[in-house]
Design a binder for this molecule. Sequence first.
Ligand SMILES: Cc1cc2nc3c(=O)[nH]c(=O)nc-3n(C[C@H](O)[C@H](O)[C@H](O)COP(=O)(O)O)c2cc1C
Length: 274
Amino acid sequence: MSDIKNALDLVRSRRSVRTFDGRALSSAELDDILGFANSVETPYDLPFTWRILNAKENGLSSPVITGTDTYIAGKMVRVPCAEEAFGYAFERIVLYIQSKGIGTTWIGGTMDRAAFERAMKLGEDEVMPIVSPLGYPAARMSLRESMMRKGVKADVRLKFEELFFRDSFDTPLQEADASDLKDTLEMVQWAPSAVNKQPWRLVICGDTVHFYEKQSKGFVDGKGWDMQKIDMGIALCHFACGMEAQQRRVEFSLKDPGIPAPAGTVYIASYRIL
Ligand SMILES: Cc1cc2nc3c(=O)[nH]c(=O)nc-3n(C[C@H](O)[C@H](O)[C@H](O)COP(=O)(O)O)c2cc1C
């Protein structure tokens, strides 16, 4: 990310693309994407396996995607914090792909999951959280895509004072008072999330920003896998990208500061700005 304006523009220009124009990506483009994916690191320091998959060759489908046969998918060993780590890594990849003018959509639910997992040769101890189509956006969205966007209000986000707080959850942060964190917080605000729930809540205490997850019902599966923790990884990624774009160094930690949090809101991680 060259500077904060470019980073913010990149985040603001991204949207889920579900209708593609049918043009296939070249093998050079796909190699470049895979090369970038393989270079991504996260503060959780966990390994991933990334693959480009062809829908026709592997019998893959998603009912919400039209106009492309190409997908990217990732898998990893199911360990604590896998969700946040995956969210962080995949969003880095999504933003890179966006910077090339290529469209993506995070897909965790609306796909033939069994077929994708077979294509990824998923092991017993592994999880394949998300896949994304890859391709060039069509000039017009399908009716289904427009309806989906309306259904989750995909073009809007919660306000600063609903997402961000100063010192404790009792003091909402107004956008006008965010001073030199404003652009980075705006990048967090505009992150994508499952069903656009935006579960991230940030409490800023001096030079440290604590990330919390406001949990909604229905996102944890029978094995304890929490889809909204993937959203939290995305929020952490956007914050880190904003800091990088301003040449500000950060230190990551998992030390819960013990700030009293509302019921159903849990601590995830912190960034100290150095
Ligand atoms: C973890 C995660 C899972 C998602 N799963 C799906 C999905 O299964 N199907 C789908 O069409 N969109 C899915 N989305 C996309 C969201 O609906 C979308 O990001 C959100 O509505 C905001 O819209 P935007 O991406 O256009 O900004 C998912 C997003 C995230 C972050």
